[in-house]
Design a protein around this ligand. Structure first.
Ligand SMILES: [Zn+2]
Length: 333
């Protein structure tokens, strides 16, 4: 931990709480949606940190937070350094020279053996090549960015990233005193991986599960059906702490994931009920389901509703003419 005296002398230490409206979590939250039960998801948002400083957050984990705060990234990207001496770096982060410098300073005198990427959004993977150039470490990830082009309603895709080593579900990477198991969790992106740190019974959950908000699922690369299956997959695992890329660690993660799943299922039922009532278009569904939502977030809400409708059409519960799109007209079956 960083000494108190230093906190005071720098004057840069931040204690942040989540903002009510965010994109990397469209607030499908009772305050905004008006339908779900209050206190639905037990968000965790408070975090004490200093940009650019490596904080020891567990025996094997250090975290450096990049100064790329936004409505998508909360306070910024949390880059994790795993181990000591011979280390892995998870999500080197955005293409910001200051953040790369901070990471290199944090591991000075150590050897970086693995550069691991949870998924290819521009707040996660682009700095990998800079850290690779400086350290010679090779990169590991599921693969390049998948899917097609969609409108930019969240942090964009990094289409330049190609891992040196591809990891499938269950792949294991080990270093000095640490072992990471890749868990394929498509949904937020098709190439999303979480990583279980066996020695600490912890899981690096990337953007798949975040404590500060729900996750954007934007088609075509985002897939709501896959996302829910990937949540279910985590409920069968035993890890006791999740370390998301944005925000503080999540205690009691299985309960948290259960709440997220319940929330998505409820939202899907609401979308279906509205369609059955004769609400045919996505803009009308957004108006009905996201009462009070900041209008700047309506485009992202529309992508999430589309993701639900694709899932409903795919499972035969709703229909539309042609391929489900944002301007389609929907009906119940
Ligand atoms: Zn992301």
């Amino acid at each position: 931990m960083i000494p108190i005296a230093r906190r005071r002398s720098t004057g840069r230490r931040r204690r942040l709480r989540g903002r009510a409206a965010s994109l990397e979590g469209i607030p499908l939250h009772p305050t905004h949606a008006g339908r779900a039960k209050s206190g639905d998801i037990p968000y965790v948002r408070e975090l004490d940190f200093t940009y650019g400083e490596a904080a020891q957050v567990s025996p094997l984990i250090r975290r450096v937070i990049a100064p790329n705060a936004s409505v998508f990234t909360f306070h910024g990207t949390g880059t994790y350094i795993v181990g000591r001496g011979h280390v892995a770096i998870i999500d080197a982060g955005p293409d910001l020279a200051g953040h790369v410098d901070a990471l290199l300073a944090a591991v000075r005198g150590e050897t970086v053996t693995h550069l691991i990427v949870t998924h290819t959004h521009i707040d996660h993977s682009p700095a990998t090549r800079h850290v690779k150039a400086a350290t010679g470490a090779e990169s590991y990830g599921f693969g390049p960015h998948g899917g097609g082009e969609g409108p930019a309603v969240e942090e964009g895709a990094d289409r330049d990233f190609m891992p040196d080593h591809r990891l499938d579900d269950g792949a294991v990477i080990a270093g000095a005193g640490w072992t990471l198991e890749a868990v394929h969790t498509p949904g937020h992106t098709s190439n999303h991986l979480c990583f279980a740190l066996r020695e600490e019974g912890a899981l690096f959950s990337g953007d798949h599960v975040m404590g500060w908000s729900t996750t954007v699922v934007s088609p075509p690369d985002g897939d709501m059906g896959a996302y829910m299956v990937s949540l279910e997959k985590l409920t069968a695992r035993a890890e006791g702490t999740y370390w998301p890329t944005h925000g503080p660690p999540i205690p009691r993660p299985r309960r948290f994931v259960g709440k997220l799943l319940g929330h998505r299922r409820r939202r899907e039922s609401e979308v279906l009920a509205c369609v059955a009532d004769g609400t045919e278009t996505i803009p009308e569904l957004v108006e009905k389901l996201y009462v009070g939502l900041d209008r700047r977030l309506h485009p992202a809400a529309a992508r999430t509703v589309l993701a639900h409708l694709i899932h409903l059409v795919g499972s035969g519960r709703a229909a539309c003419d042609g391929t489900p799109a944002e301007d389609s007209r929907y009906r119940a079956t």
